[in-house]
Design a protein around this ligand. Structure first.
Ligand code: NAX
Length: 491
């Protein structure tokens, strides 16, 4: 798992490490990594300007500037000469860096204004530097984090920050580098570069986690409970888990089908469908493996329910029925407006920003501005796991590190994709995963399946569902490549 840590945890780890190594070592290592990264993402001998703030973030920038000045024209713009990192400043001067007062005219800008010590927002002269950058659009490389963002909250309140095309971070990721909206302004693409400065042994549990293609342990642990020790499928379909789908309505019949197809594409062994006669007939017609029930009283046993996708007016009644079974439930779409005050079963709530806003009685824009804060609020309010859908979907359970999903493609923003996701999540729940794991695994394979099915172009939700089994197979077999799971070339 990829990990991010809070500022306080990074500071404590840095202090512990610093007491073990010669003074200045961490900054030298960070600066060397930064210089190498600048060479990599802005190759050639073109001029570069380093924006230097008053703290150690500016120190990193100055030492990296000194190193690069041997190879190309390097300028430094100092925010406040009376509060500059002294040794870094001498090093940059000695290396021949030119002093300038703004990034004007430079094609490559390195932002060392503030790092983890920065309060959100920018002060003079950095606010003016930002305006120049906005007008001229140079290639911007952030040092540790883009200056001005809220590092732990991952927000960009007020818009007073320096957007980056690339970020070079040290020791561990920070929340703002993985979670939107801040993460979307830290890189063009998925991930900043992480420079190892020896912090890992001193870091506590993370604040944020993200599954990766290279690490299939969580998937294997869930599949291990549905498949036997030798990895062979048991003969009993029921031991792989039965997922019940109570989704769709006369008005939204497609949602029922897509949710069922999602449920079929996951690890569970069987799908039951509960719905009225016409809908049930259509589901069985298109998905003959499904066992359909029209009478809730004769619905059969399941290990997990998925309720609400396209459920319209029937969603409330379906949710009440599902909750009677005392098994885990995925609560999606229309059912989210009918959640009880508290749940007696494990629950995965799967809202998008608008649905979460309605649940919390706030504006949608407030959720979009602070998705982590609102998902956390809802998780605590309902003592349930919240999967908040977005470009970087969040999975938040009370008292646990939040998980962020880094797979997917902009093409996944398509009708019915959420219905498929709810079905896949229900399948993982029925297979024995807890809601937090089910949500994270489902979001991961769903996003990766979109990339596979899309091939870089438009994709339908049905094709995403069809691609899920192949992604699970590749991930399980260790052949899933990180480059296959995301298509984030666009900001
Ligand atoms: N502590 C360490 O050993 C290491 C620190 N490193 C670097 O040091 C950074 C943290 O350094 P600091 O703790 O000195 O803090 P920063 O350099 O991030 O920022 C603190 C300084 O910025 C000013 N400031 C705060 N908010 C501001 C704003 N909104 N606009 C303008 N100025 C603002 C403060 O007055 C203070 O002088 C990390 O992000 C990283 O880049 C790295 O060198 C790795 C090792």
């Amino acid at each position: 798992m990829l990990q991010a840590h809070t500022v306080a945890d990074v500071r404590a780890a840095e202090a512990a490490l610093m007491s073990q190594v010669p003074p200045g070592s961490l900054m030298r290592w960070a600066a060397a990594g930064l210089a190498a990264y600048v060479r990599e993402v802005a190759p050639g001998s073109g001029p570069v300007v380093f924006l230097v703030g008053t703290g150690d973030n500016g120190g990193d920038a100055l030492f990296a500037a000194a190193e690069l000045a041997r190879e190309r024209f390097v300028a430094v713009a100092i925010a406040d000469p009376s509060r500059v990192h002294v040794e870094g400043s001498y090093a940059a001067q000695a290396a021949g860096c030119r002093l300038v007062d703004s990034p004007r005219g430079f094609g490559v800008v390195v932002d060392g204004v503030v790092g983890i010590g920065g309060a959100p927002g920018l002060r003079p002269p950095a606010d003016a530097w930002r305006a120049t950058i906005e007008a001229e659009r140079p290639f911007v490389i952030a040092v540790d984090v883009p200056s001005g963002v809220d590092v732990d909250g991952a927000t960009v309140a007020g818009g007073s920050f320096i957007p980056a095309d690339a970020t070079c971070t040290f020791g561990t990721y920070k929340n703002a580098l993985l979670v939107d909206p801040a993460a979307g302004w830290a890189v063009r693409g998925a991930l900043p570069r992480l420079i190892d400065i020896g912090l890992t042994p001193y870091l506590p549990a993370p604040s944020i986690e993200a599954l990766q293609a290279a690490d299939n342990r969580l998937l294997l642990s869930v599949l291990g409970s549905t498949l036997d020790q030798r990895g062979e499928a048991p003969t009993q379909k029921y031991t792989r888990g039965v997922v019940g789908v109570a989704a769709g309505s006369t008005a939204y019949a497609g949602a029922a089908l897509l949710c069922v197809r999602g449920a079929q594409s996951g690890p569970a062994g069987m799908v039951r469908f509960l719905g009225e006669q016409d809908l049930a007939a259509r589901v069985v017609d298109r998905c003959p493996e499904v066992v359909a029930h029209t009478d809730p009283a004769e619905r059969g046993r399941v290990q997990a329910w998925v309720v609400g996708s396209g459920g319209g007016d029937e969603a409330a009644a379906r949710l009440a029925v599902a909750l009677e079974d005392e098994v885990p439930v995925v609560v999606d779409a229309d059912a989210l407006q009918h959640v009880p005050d508290r749940f007696d079963v494990p629950v995965l709530l799967t809202p998008h920003a608008g649905e979460l806003a309605r649940m919390l009685d706030v504006e949608r824009s407030a959720v979009e501005a602070d998705p982590l804060g609102h998902a956390t609020r809802a998780a605590e309010r309902w003592e349930a796991t919240v999967l908040l859908k977005g470009a970087r979907t969040l999975v938040v359970a009370p008292g646990e590190p939040a998980r962020v999903n880094l797979t997917g493609s902009p093409w996944l923003a398509t009708a019915g994709a959420g219905d498929v996701l709810a079905g896949v999540a229900g399948s993982f729940l029925a297979a024995g995963a807890d809601p937090r794991d089910a949500g994270a695994l489902a979001a991961f394979v769903h996003g990766a399946a979109a990339v596979v099915a899309s091939g870089g172009g438009p994709v339908t939700a049905s094709r995403v569902a069809d691609a899920v089994p192949g992604v699970i197979a590749a991930w399980r077999n260790g052949t899933l490549d990180e480059s296959q799971v995301r298509d984030w070339r666009d900001r």
